[in-house]
Design a protein around this ligand. Sequence first.
Ligand SMILES: [Zn+2]
Ligand SMILES: [Zn+2]
Length: 195
Amino acid sequence: MPLKTMAEYERLAEQAHGHMCAGQVLGLRMAICGVRLLGLEDPAGRDRKRLVAFVEIDRCATDAIPIVTGCRLGKRALKFRDFGKVATTFCDLQENRAVRVAARESAKERARATHPEIADKNRQQMLAYRELTDEELFEIQWVRVAIGPEDLPGYKAPRVVCAACGESVSFKREVVRDGRTLCRSCAGERYYQPL
Ligand SMILES: [Zn+2]
Ligand SMILES: [Zn+2]
């Protein structure tokens, strides 16, 4: 199943995301742009195992990335780096190259200028984000991404047990402190406080 039409992707995105919005359109365009630049004809099918995507924000547009790429968090092919930016880096593991596609700050203004007759911002942007060119919407940058074997889908290694809490840790996420093997939580990165 090669790339689908925008209309088909929008249907799938609406289903997965729960509503249709400008973020879905922008995210779909971003993903299509990324996989095209990498030359992947069937990202969610035949080329599925070649692709890893790093998303930089947890907002609407992010939900659209797996629709086109097939990259999912649970498959370890979608990575979240919380930078608060509407940007995604698409990595082709086979060719060892990557491209970062970032939404331009000016895209909203362009949307306003393109469809001043539409007052509703979401509708205005949805329409414009379908029409504007990749260059108008995105800043594109070829980059290198170092992905360790432990970050790749399919990585296998024994889990280790945290010396403090006894929970097991996969994918080399353990930390060694003063000779003790700890989970990141016990090593000081805990984001919750036990009550
Ligand atoms: Zn949304
Ligand atoms: Zn622990």
